[in-house]
Design a protein. Structure first.
Length: 312
């Protein structure tokens, strides 16, 4: 695997059939939470090669460290995509490669991104260049004496080989057998998210054993776990914590984030006020009085009361 600016290139030299199946499945579109294939080609050895998007993300573990103790709503936001992908992979609806734990990532918007390793791609497309920059020039330059055709051809071949693109083993280790089971790794990642939720949450007692059973369960078992997660709380956006203070006597500027319960109450009041302004104040079952008329009546009534009081 080679990493370029915003992309990664894979070469399916180990198992072309598995790799081509992964490329075909991913090129058709596998949803917003899987890295997409941006280009398809062949390496110089004739193997199928694919370039995938490498978005700017942070590892799930680092994201959880930044979040601290996520609320139930944030945990739902992070784990629903993982369980959905795991259920699809276990049922055969999507081809999922190896998923090391650091392949589960979170982008700056708080969305899950899974950068799985394609099956059959144990070798990567890399560029092999000569360690001596002047070697190519010396290989093709004429010698002081008369250079035979055989020697010139040999040197030209050596110069071409020094910059040839070839398939070489990757620098990082091969995935473990457990990483190869992408669905299991995704459920494990979801379990790690809920491990960060407050242990006093009532949902923990229900979800923890269900997620543990879903690791090696079938698609139905994972779907049942997904239904339980969705019913725990409404999803909440991921809000990254503010950076720490540089000096002990500093104070944060602005108002901190309100708890989810307070936010729900404010949203409810805002909806009621908006309904009254737009549709009027209910008067009976079928009639509504515009707020403007009520305000005018209140002002007139207040003026009359004030005038009557002043005359006394």
């Amino acid at each position: 695997m080679t990493t370029t600016a915003g992309s990664r290139r894979w070469c399916g030299a180990q198992d072309p059939a598995d790799f081509s199946g992964w490329v075909a499945d991913r090129a058709a579109g596998a949803g917003p939470h899987l890295v997409p294939v941006t280009r398809v080609g062949r390496c110089p050895q004739g193997h199928l090669a694919a370039e995938v998007l490498d978005p700017s993300t942070r590892a799930l573990e680092d994201a959880l460290e930044a979040l601290g103790t996520p609320t139930e709503g944030v945990a739902v936001t992070l784990t629903v995509p993982l369980l959905e992908l795991a259920a699809r992979a276990r049922s055969g609806a999507v081809v999922l490669g190896a998923v090391p734990f650091d392949a589960v990532r979170v982008d700056e918007a708080g969305a899950i991104v899974v950068a799985d390793r394609p099956p059959g791609a144990s070798v990567a497309c890399t560029t092999r260049t000569s360690a001596d920059p002047g070697a190519d020039a010396r290989a093709t330059a004429p010698a002081a004496g008369i250079l035979s055709r055989a020697t010139a051809a040999a040197r030209a071949e050596a110069a071409a080989a020094s910059s040839r693109v070839a398939c070489t083993p990757p620098a990082h280790p091969l995935p473990s057998p457990r990483d190869l089971d992408g669905a299991r790794q995704l459920v494990t990642a979801a379990r790690c998210v809920w491990d960060r939720v407050d242990a006093r949450s009532p949902a923990r007692g229900t979800l923890d054993p269900v997620l543990d059973a879903a690791r090696d369960g079938d698609a139905r078992t994972i779907s049942d776990a997904l239904d339980l997660v969705v019913g725990v709380a409404p999803p909440r956006p991921v809000r990254w914590s503010r950076p720490g203070l540089a000096f002990p006597d500093e104070e944060h500027v602005g108002v901190g984030r309100l708890p989810d319960d307070t936010t729900d109450a404010i949203d409810s009041v805002a909806r009621v006020v908006r309904d009254l302004v737009e549709q009027g104040i209910p008067l009976g079952r079928e009639r509504r009085v515009p707020v403007r008329h009520v305000l005018v009546g209140a002002v007139v009534a207040g003026g009359l009361v004030t005038a009557a009081t002043g005359l006394r």
